[in-house]
Write a protein that binds this ligand. Structure first.
Ligand SMILES: [Zn+2]
Length: 196
C-alpha cells in the first residue's frame, strides 16, 4: 500500500497535465509521483485511483457502470509518454505470456521540455520577423477583406493594379507588425521558466 506521506504535484505541472489529458491525467500524474521509489504498473495505477475516487462524485467513465477503466489509464499514460513526461519498460509475464508495463514519470525533464518549446516559439517569431522585414507588401484598399498581399514582383506583374477590382495597389505599412513581433520576442526572452 501507499506510504503515508503523499506528494503533491507542482501547480504548474498540474495545469500542464490537465491540458494534456484532462482530469484523469492529474490523477495518473499523482500516482506516478508517489511511486517514485518503485515503478508502478498501469493496473496498479488504475486500482489506486479507483480506491481514491470511491464514494466521491467522480466518474471517469460516464457511459459505463465502471468509474475508471484500465484502458483509459493506459491511453493517458501514452499521452504523457508522447509528451516526454513518462516512460515505461515492459516485461513478459512468463505464466500468462502477456506484457506487464512498468511506468515512471520524467517530470524532472519538464524544465527542459519547456525551454525547448520556448526556443521553438522564439525561432518562429524570428523567422516571421525576418520575412516581414525582407518583404514589402502591396494591398488593395478596396478589397481589404480579401486579405491578399502581393510582394513587389507580383505587384509589378500586375502593373500595381488589383487583379480583382482594378484599383491601384498601395504599399502596406508593415512597421506595426514588425514592432509587434520585436516586442513579442523581447517578451519571450524575458520569460523565465522556473519550477519549485
Ligand atoms: Zn481590389
Amino acid at each position: 500500500m501507499r506510504q503515508n506521506h503523499i506528494k503533491e504535484l507542482d501547480p504548474f505541472l498540474r495545469s500542464l497535465l490537465y491540458i494534456i489529458g484532462g482530469e484523469i491525467a492529474i490523477y495518473v500524474g499523482r500516482e506516478l509521483l508517489n511511486s517514485e521509489s518503485e515503478d508502478i504498473t498501469d493496473e496498479d495505477i488504475t486500482e489506486n485511483i479507483k480506491g481514491k475516487i470511491e464514494g466521491k462524485d467522480i466518474d471517469f467513465e460516464p457511459d459505463d457502470l465502471e468509474t475508471l477503466k484500465l484502458n483509459t489509464v493506459r491511453k493517458t499514460l501514452y499521452k504523457l509518454y508522447s509528451e516526454k513526461l513518462a516512460q515505461f519498460r515492459r516485461i513478459r509475464d512468463k505464466s500468462t505470456g502477456w506484457f506487464i508495463y512498468y511506468w515512471w514519470h520524467e517530470f524532472d525533464l519538464l524544465e527542459e521540455i519547456l525551454l525547448e518549446k520556448k526556443k521553438l516559439i522564439e525561432s518562429k517569431l524570428r523567422d516571421r520577423l525576418q520575412f516581414e522585414e525582407s518583404n514589402y507588401f502591396f494591398i488593395c484598399k478596396n478589397c481589404q477583406d480579401s486579405n491578399i498581399k502581393y510582394n513587389f514582383d507580383e505587384a509589378f506583374e500586375l502593373n500595381f493594379r488589383c487583379s480583382d477590382c482594378g484599383s491601384p495597389l498601395e504599399a502596406q505599412e508593415n512597421k506595426p507588425i514588425i514592432e509587434f513581433l520585436k516586442n513579442k520576442i523581447v517578451l519571450i526572452q524575458k520569460t523565465k521558466i522556473t519550477l519549485n
